[in-house]
Design a protein around this ligand. Sequence first.
Ligand code: ADP
Ligand code: MG
Length: 679
Amino acid sequence: MTLDTPLKELPGIGPAKEKALEKLGLQTAADLLSYFPRDYEDRHLYPNIAALPLGVPVCFQAMVAEPFRTSYIRRGMVLTKGRVVDDSGQIELTFFNLPYAGKGLYTGQTFTFYGVVTGEGQRRMMTHPEFHRPGEEEEEIRPVYPLTAGVSGRLMVKLQKQAAACIEQVRETLDEALRKEHSLLSAQEAYRGIHFPSSWENLEEARHRLRFEELFCLSLGLTLLREKREEQEAVPFSKQDLRPFFDALPFALTQAQLRCVQDAAEDLKKTVPMNRLLQGDVGSGKTVVAAACAVLAYENNCQAALMAPTELLAQQHFRTLTELLSGTDLRLGLLTGSLPAAQKRACQQALEAGEIDLVIGTHALLSGPVSFQRLGLVITDEQHRFGVNQRSALAAKSTGHPHVLVMSATPIPRTLALMIYGDLDLSVIDQLPPGRKPVETYLVGQDKRARLYQFIRKQIGLGRQAYLVCPAVSEEDPEGLKAAEQYGAELQERIFPDLRVGIVHGKQKPRDKQAVMEAFAKGEVDLLVATTVIEVGVDVPNASLMVVEDADRFGLSQLHQLRGRVGRGDHQSYCVLVSGNRNPQTRQRLKALCASTDGFAIAEEDLKLRGPGDFFGARQHGLPQLKLASLAGDLRLLHQAQAAAAAVLKEDPGLSKPEHEALHHRLAELFRESGDIFN
Ligand code: ADP
Ligand code: MG
């Protein structure tokens, strides 16, 4: 067997199993070896029953003392029970609705059991233990792999044991000097250790080595990406006079906004394309910074494009920018998928003829026959919703390489920003426009519903509007969560028959969704019941109340985004988090949000609690995924890896020396999606 051996050639892998494995991304032996356990079980044998601690999974051997009996305790409920003993005591084993569970457990025979002990003294018991005969499956540290239907834990372990035969073929990416300097295991030792640890220390060493390698490769790739970009040429925007634009604005920029405009303006003067991430909390005023960049493009005879993740946001940006730029000569265009064909065509022609200076659109800008006369600047909003591929697709439509400005309202710690956005420079708007009142945030239980409805009514009575966000679209969604569709209808009929209730969710047709949103923006809807489709960027200054149902279902950063939908006007605004969840940790998390309005602090908190993988939900940024390392937790290791990467590149800039061949190969593979980093 080699690393390239397809799994279907292994004994016992038919077409069905092959498909199931493919779902996990596993096609070859090499894939298997890079498929790491998500956890490990401690299966060391306790000396006897009396020594077993309560409440944690334990492994022990004992003899079956009596035949297992099955009884019917309730309609549809079957209980199977029996006792196991040793010299020190006894434990009752129970299984629910598994009438055959006790079948192999013959009286008088000894088995190895694994499970959690509860109860005291003679009443100690274990529910649904795993068991096998002594001598089978003896590993003390048992890896637990992420699985899917059709791939059991046993099958995975069996496959890993087969794949282990080619661990010797894994190529070493870290040379010996480097391994020695950082006390790292070899690649072979690390792969063996992560799948078949000989001890907990061995496992930790294996994980350490693999984490280092991940961060090392990432640092190398990002450096190479940056170097490659610095070789590219963009149109320098050397004419820069923003006075008339600033003078025509209805407000003065904050210091933070001015600084960000300056950062960008400096970049834009250069022939190296700008690649800058503009971060600012919701409501911090990123749009006007983008507008200033578009003005600079215009002054230098270039077109600019702004890409938003949804139609709704594109339209809103179009309106806002039309206003912000009304004191200038820029000609604006809007291009989204739902426009009538004739209008789309007209917009495309105008772009091609250079009659539009700033076009605002959705991914419709990428698809189809859009071409620009002289695209010099690409701005994307809420970038993490786009893949790197999409970004480069738009870049490909420009003359030479465009300048790129990415705006994000998710305050990401710097190290993480690096990861997600690759080689971007960073500007932060860390100050809100003057006169904003912080949103008052409250956490309430389900029992306060009547008062909550009164409060909604009171705000609307004052002429304000309210959002009510639910975690699910319809009741087909599981777990009895509030569902926008049914709940909205119920509120309209039973609670607020005299108010105008609108409903939006992601499964509606774009046109319907838009109609409701527009009505809300115009003040024709009082209460908007929605899913998180309203999460990003929607701007209705008259809205003063945000209610989030089942708030424990959302991440902190997401809640913060939702809260950012209110408090955009002059009125005191409120955010009410409704949650019946009594888990102390969950409550602490939600209370943290009530106490703070600082998006960065909240993001850090979120990151600590959930880790970067969850932080963005399903990410698709095109950079390699970290499997073991965590940027939040492994900062020191990251710095070591970065230093090591810099040293290697200094000595061998193109990684072309023979000793770096395996590394070169690995990087090309990892950064496949980000374009070829080696030329
Ligand atoms: P976001 O960063 O969330 O995209 P926006 O650009 O939508 O924020 O700005 C939020 C609101 O604040 C808008 O109504 C905008 O006109 C207003 N605004 C932006 N900058 C200022 C400022 N310096 N002074 C007063 N209002 C501002
Ligand atoms: Mg915005």
